[in-house]
Design a protein around this ligand. Structure first.
Ligand SMILES: Cc1cc2nc3c(=O)[nH]c(=O)nc-3n(C[C@H](O)[C@H](O)[C@H](O)COP(=O)(O)OP(=O)(O)OC[C@H]3O[C@@H](n4cnc5c(N)ncnc54)[C@H](O)[C@@H]3O)c2cc1C
Length: 401
């Protein structure tokens, strides 16, 4: 029994390794050579979409019965690390998409699963998650976008801000208030699968595309819902008031993915730095010979390894079907801070050239900070981690003395 499961896990590992090797080849051959060009032109990578579809990136974690690859979250995290190593924006195209797919898989009605998952797995229909509003980001429960029941429809009115993929996505999983007076507030939150259809949806306006420091090429938009009418069947799971839990669970996956993006940037920065340090000479020798540079490289590599293990540990917990908000939060916090630190250190190791568009480290440096903010700011991550720890280590009355 023990031997059989060890064997089957070796087979799983072999399959995962083969997938990662294929993704790495795609990244090295098709992404690395063009990433900075797309980034500097702030150009959407339409030309890479077909290969991404063929590689199965859009269906990576969607169950096989719906046409996806049914990969584990651990393998998914490895994929995200590889893709981000090439270009962080590219992973953004399928990350929120797969977060929505996860929520549909977990909570969708049978009709919603049949309707969306196969088309999403192929990448023909892509998805965005619309939570944030101009006045409410961290404080999700304070959203104001309202979905009002009217017969067999909902009418949605409000606006969202910072919605990645909003223009290119077919489906906007929109977090709404169905009961603004509910107490506690989260009981009034529901998710609507707002489907643009083939010809657009009256009242839905993906308006402004925000100009950003990094994460270029990919649209991050303001979205207006002016009495958008959606059938009742678009309420995720068919029951009102479940949206907050659905989002929280989805964000566990989101945090693993953002952590893996932080790791991908860290690795790209480290690899650029260790290569450059051996090529660049000062005082008649490679700068890699100087201890000041070696200490930086050692610290970067050590933190990268630690970040990877934290991510894999959180992902493995998710794969076992266990709650992993604490572990995913720790992985997200640590790996994204490491991404930011490594991007800066790589720039310093490059000296002046690192501050120019001649080398990709300037891009890593502009992309890295988003990971500190997205999927819950790192300030909030610390609070969530602390709350989880206090719950886990709570003393009973006797122990408190
Ligand atoms: C490029 C980009 C892409 C994005 N993509 C999406 C997307 O696809 N979908 C989506 O829904 N959103 C998206 N977002 C929004 C993102 O998730 C929010 O920006 C983020 O959650 C923070 O919210 P906020 O900007 O409103 O900051 P705020 O919530 O206003 O926070 C401001 C500061 O206050 C701190 N703070 C707030 N509350 C507390 C507290 N209780 N304790 C301690 N500190 C606190 C925060 O940590 C932060 O430092 C995106 C943002 C960006 C920049």
């Amino acid at each position: 029994m023990h031997t059989a499961s060890a064997n089957s896990s070796r087979v799983d590992d072999d399959v995962a390794d083969a997938i990662i090797a294929e993704v790495r080849r795609f990244v090295n051959e098709k992404v690395v050579p063009v990433a900075s060009e797309y980034d500097h032109a702030d150009k959407y990578p339409y030309e890479l979409l077909d290969t991404m579809k063929a590689l199965g990136l859009f269906g990576a974690t969607i169950p096989e019965e719906y046409g996806g690859s049914g990969l584990s979250f651990t393998t998914y995290a490895r994929i995200v690390e590889e893709v981000t190593r090439g270009w962080m924006s590219l992973s953004g195209i399928f990350n929120s998409h797969l977060l929505v797919a996860y929520m549909i898989t977990q909570y969708g009605t049978p009709e919603q699963k049949q309707m969306y998952l196969p088309k999403m797995a192929s990448g023909d229909w892509r998805a965005a998650i619309a939570i944030t509003e101009p006045h409410a980001g961290t404080d999700v429960q304070n959203i104001k976008t309202r979905a009002t029941r009217d017969g067999d429809h909902y009418v949605i009115k409000g606006s969202k801000l910072f919605i990645t993929n909003a223009r290119e996505a077919r489906v906007l999983a929109t977090v709404t208030k169905t009961d603004p007076n509910a107490q506690p507030r989260h009981r009034g939150i529901s998710i609507m699968l707002v489907d643009k259809g083939d010809d657009g949806l009256p009242g839905l306006d993906v308006s402004r595309q925000l100009k950003k420091l990094g994460y270029k090429g990919l649209e991050t938009c303001e979205v207006f819902y002016d009495n958008v009418v959606v059938p009742q069947a678009q309420l995720l799971g068919g029951v009102e008031g479940q949206g907050f839990y659905q989002v929280l669970n989805g964000l566990e996956v989101g945090r693993i993915n953002v952590a893996a993006r932080g790791l991908g940037i860290a690795r790209a920065a480290f690899e650029a730095a260790i290569t450059y340090a051996q090529q660049r000479e000062a005082f008649g020798e490679p700068i890699a010979n100087f201890q000041a540079i070696q200490l930086k490289l050692a610290d970067m590599a050590t933190k990268i390894e630690a970040a990877r293990l934290l991510i894999w540990s959180a992902a493995a917990k998710k794969d076992r079907g266990e709650r992993c908000d604490l572990e995913a939060g720790m992985a997200k916090l640590f790996a994204t801070e490491v991404g930011q630190e490594c991007a800066l250190e790589a720039m310093r190791i490059h000296g002046g050239i690192g501050y120019t568009e001649e080398v990709p480290v300037e891009r890593y440096y502009r992309d890295a900070p988003l990971m500190l903010i997205g999927e819950g700011t790192n300030e909030m991550q610390r609070l969530v981690i602390a709350r989880g720890l206090l719950k886990r280590y709570a003393l009973d009355a006797g122990e408190r003395g």
